[in-house]
Design a protein around this ligand. Sequence first.
Ligand code: ADP
Ligand code: ADP
Length: 232
Amino acid sequence: MISLKQLTKVYGRGPDAVTVLDRLDVEVASGEILAVVGPSGAGKSTLAQCINLLERPTSGQVVVNGEDLSGLPEHRLRVARRRIGTVFQSASLLSRRTAAENVALPLEYLGVTPAEAKARVAELLERVGLSHRAHHYPFELSGGQRQRVGIARALALRPSVLLSDEATSGLDPETTRSVVSLLRQLRDDLDLAVVFITHEMDTVLHVADSAARLDRGRIVEQGRLVDLLTDH
Ligand code: ADP
Ligand code: ADP
């Protein structure tokens, strides 16, 4: 599970200081999908970067499975990052690598043996329903298939948290539905805590168990999706 405790990010100093995230308290249990929605400028990208430890919060904590990762020294961050897999908008695959080679990337960096990596990649591609596309290049894949490869890559290091950063933005509704249903399947099969960041309210209705609405760096509404829906 992941919890954000009083997570705050301030850019700049003194009179130029801008508070982009203001004391966010959020908790996502294993086996749960939390959607974070908000308009452009709300702080979603900054939040994503704090969660995947690319940015350090100004104050507050990012706690994964009981350990505060936000305060770790630089040399321990590399290992800590394995606990969080990130799926990016438009998948961000390497174009000169096949689907299988893209999924293998995080394993290569880790120095996993080729035989082990091969078995792991085959398993991951099967999980996302793409075994038959293993040796295709990104340009030979549909948008939804590319995103599935991105999801498999994000899972390569067996994270406990999956961060989806606008992963379905730009996909057509049908493809979005299939990616969302895969995420829900993975949430169940792998007991993942999924943080699903999006500006698309419609998608939230299909994907999430609970939702938090971010506006100008603050959470203005948070709860089980059913409760949020009946309020309006
Ligand atoms: P979103 O992803 O929801 O559009 P962002 O996290 O990109 O929101 O940005 C939230 C706010 O923080 C914006 O007003 C943006 O201008 C500001 N911001 C983002 N990054 C920086 C930075 N490095 N320095 C100063 N302000 C920033
Ligand atoms: P590095 O792993 O050295 O930070 P990149 O940032 O280029 O290298 O990551 C390459 C890909 O590996 C990313 O797109 C990401 O999906 C995946 N990846 C990186 N770190 C992790 C992690 N902790 N868990 C799962 N996947 C990861």
